[in-house]
Design a binder for this molecule. Structure first.
Ligand code: ZN
Length: 78
């Protein structure tokens, strides 16, 4: 019997709920300036089993700069 893991690279982690090692699903949690935070979920009960930060080439090459501060005098209208 062969198991199919699909295209994603599956690894197994110990799941305290299932009380045995389970294949995990990776989910993108949030995107940080330094990388991406991924979460590992148990493929059986969807318990969070761990997190990892993926650092690498930025997804968006163009760094968004903060808006330039305008030192424009405010006009006070009466
Ligand atoms: Zn589980």
């Amino acid at each position: 019997m062969s198991q199919q893991f699909g295209t994603f690279t599956a690894s197994e982690l110990y799941c305290p709920k299932c009380r045995c090692a389970q294949p995990v699903r990776e989910r993108l949690l949030l995107v940080l300036p330094t990388g991406e935070l991924h979460e590992f979920l148990c493929s059986r009960c969807a318990t969070s089993l761990g997190k990892r930060t993926v650092t690498g080439p930025a997804v968006t090459p163009a760094v968004r700069e903060p808006a330039p501060r305008l030192t424009r005098p405010r006009r006070l209208l009466r």
